[in-house]
Design a binder for this molecule. Structure first.
Ligand SMILES: Nc1ncnc2c1ncn2[C@@H]1O[C@H](COP(=O)(O)OP(=O)(O)OP(=O)(O)O)[C@@H](O)[C@H]1O
Ligand SMILES: [Mg+2]
Length: 251
């Protein structure tokens, strides 16, 4: 199996305060991997290191088999930041414009695309996320769940092979979370897009992911396969399905 994302002995500190210590992670082609961990443990930091927004102080990040320092194919990587959909309700852009502007920005760095192709790609991304009918709506007028879909369409429009999603389920209700997860599962299975997704609610993703990574006190643990994932999640939930306690044996 080939790994599409690799962190090798990665350590990172903010202003001398260590956040991640000697992290090793391999995400393989076709994985739908969840990343969980308490607030402030460094999940977003890990994702930002993986997409090159931060540089590790020690260790190496590799994307699609290349050291990130030499990686140039950024259109193959999709990234949805935490709270990406927190739009002001008066934000003056339509759904179509949000997605199209992103593609045009990508195209400027990756070469030329004519207007017809751009329109087709935008339409396709909106169809994939079920947002075609809202293309002329202002983004700020949509519900939180619908906005998340538009942001996902914006990530999808450049046809990435890997998507890094930082808490895309935050602030949306349970049925919308389920819908969003089944959409991601479809993209993962049918379009073979590899996904690494940060979430706070592992019960929602339990049936969808094939691998789980848990970040705790700067250390990462991974669990493979449905049985192990369910066992791990059951261990950390109370009877109301809240994450109450999640602790591995730290070395
Ligand atoms: N730009 C920054 N400068 C300094 N410290 C930061 C910065 N960003 C994050 N931190 C700190 O690094 C630690 C990890 O932050 P990070 O945002 O990666 O955590 P997280 O696991 O994503 O948390 P959450 O679940 O709340 O999103 C936190 O203690 C945070 O305060
Ligand atoms: Mg975060």
């Amino acid at each position: 199996m080939s790994s599409v994302v690799e962190l090798q002995n990665v350590s990172f500190s903010y202003n001398g305060r260590p956040v991640l210590h000697d992290i090793n992670l391999a995400v393989y082609t076709g994985d739908f991997m969840g990343l969980i961990g308490p607030n402030g443990t460094g999940k977003s930091t890990l994702i930002r290191l993986a997409v090159g927004l931060l540089t590790p102080h020690h260790g190496e990040v590799r994307l699609l088999g290349k050291a990130i320092t030499r990686f140039r194919d950024w259109h193959r990587i999709g990234y949805m930041a935490q709270k990406a959909a927190a739009f002001n309700t008066s934000f003056p852009a339509t759904v179509q414009e949000i997605v199209e502007t992103h593609l045009r920005a990508q195209v400027r760095s990756a070469g030329h695309l004519d207007s017809t192709t751009i329109r087709k790609k935008v339409k396709h991304a909106l169809e994939l996320t079920g947002m075609e009918e809202f293309r002329t709506s202002l983004i700020g007028e949509l519900s939180g769940g619908q906005q998340q879909r538009v942001i996902l369409a914006r990530v999808l429009v450049s046809e990435p092979e890997i998507m890094f999603l930082d808490e895309p389920l935050a602030g949306i209700d349970y049925p919308s979370q389920q819908l969003f997860c089944s959409l991601l599962q479809h993209l993962n299975r049918e379009l073979r897009i590899t996904i690494l997704m940060v979430t706070h609610d592992p019960t929602v993703i339990a049936g969808y992911i094939n691998r789980l990574a848990c970040l705790e006190q700067g250390t990462l643990f991974t669990h493979d396969g449905q049985e192990e994932i369910r066992g791990e999640l059951a261990r950390t939930m109370d009877s109301h399905h809240h994450l109450v306690y999640h602790q591995h044996q730290l070395p």
